[in-house]
Ligand binder design. Structure first.
Ligand code: AMP
Length: 304
């Protein structure tokens, strides 16, 4: 079943305490579409790049099954993000965001893909998320969205409108506390659900994720224990795409809580691959059998 993934397609410069990478493939839609394509097809990316975007990144995405007919090419420079991780890899400083092509971007969904039943609104301006969603036509669909602290501050009203139109919000812990205006994570989930989405996932980084469903249903998923983390950039976006890819593979357009639980675990496992190398390098190499093995091992280590 078709998956449509919209978001940023970026050039990233990333520094960690031990290494550095420049001109890397980044962006919420890049990670999310690649992750979705690991588990399902077809996957169509909706985004925009500039004249300076490295062709090798596009070749890789296409080679991995991400279809790029919805990727706009502009004569402006590409969106570029520069960040640095500290000794505690949960702690990151953004040094520079060059918004460039994203500044005046009007999302355009190719007509032939507007009927996708799975829609991923990866991190981008809520206005762009709304533009994308308004062009999607499937009567039965499952809409997943992510956001970030910036949008909670500068586009709060549009973000609330997004929340009224989606089925699942995926948000990280700090942002959930800020958005729900409480430090209690259980209350956070409930407050965010009351703003619209049937399901809410609060991501806890290396500690996994919390899933909130209808009628107080609740699930706590751990994260795959990694001995070394090379670069956690894009782990959240991978989670988002992986979760959706899992549901699409099961043709679960109207998933129940049990299916959502499984999808959250799948997203969490795929995200662990992303952390093992810079950019999308480790995720690119991940194969379905390696993913399934990790999933089975995860079942063993988290049950008693
Ligand atoms: P994550 O590590 O899940 O927060 O995602 C990191 C990715 O988000 C990087 O590859 C960035 O290029 C991208 N990113 C950073 N800031 C923004 C923004 N304002 N809008 C869209 N994407 C962004």
């Amino acid at each position: 079943m078709k998956i449509l993934v919209g978001g940023s397609v970026a050039i990233d410069n990333v520094k960690t305490p031990t290494a550095e990478g420049k001109g890397l493939l980044g962006g919420s839609a890049s990670y999310a579409s690649l992750a979705a394509a690991k588990l399902a097809s077809p996957v169509h990316l909706v985004g925009i790049i500039g004249h300076d975007f490295p062709a090798e990144h596009l070749d890789m995405l296409e080679g991995e099954g991400v279809q790029l007919s919805g990727l706009e090419r502009s004569d402006q420079p590409s969106f570029t993000w520069t960040g640095e991780y500290h000794e505690n890899m949960n702690d990151r400083t953004t040094h520079n965001v060059a918004i460039n092509v994203l500044e005046h971007w009007q999302v355009s969904v190719p007509e032939e893909h507007a009927d996708a039943p799975f829609i991923v609104l990866a991190n981008m301006a809520p206005l762009n998320q709304l533009q994308m969603l308004s062009q999607c036509t499937a009567a039965e669909r499952f809409v997943v969205a992510d956001t970030m602290d910036l949008w909670i501050t500068v586009a709060n009203e549009e973000l609330h409108e997004v929340l009224r139109k989606i089925d699942l919000l995926v948000i990280n812990e700090g942002e959930a506390r800020e958005f729900a205006n409480t430090n209690n994570l259980v209350r956070c989930g409930e407050i965010l659900q009351s703003k619209g989405p049937r399901y809410v996932v609060v991501k806890l980084g290396e500690f996994g994720a919390l899933l909130f469903g209808p009628d107080g249903s609740f699930f706590r998923c751990g994260a795959w224990p990694l001995r070394e983390i090379a670069d956690p950039t894009g782990a959240g976006d991978t989670f988002l795409g992986g979760l959706t890819g899992f549901l699409a593979d099961r043709r679960a357009v109207n998933p129940d809580f049990g299916q959502l639980k499984e999808a959250v675990v799948a997203g969490s496992i795929l995200a662990s691959f992303t952390c093992e190398d810079f950019s999308t390098k480790s995720l690119e190499k991940a194969k379905k059998d390696g993913f399934l093995r990790r999933l089975e091992d995860f079942r063993t280590l988290s049950s008693w």
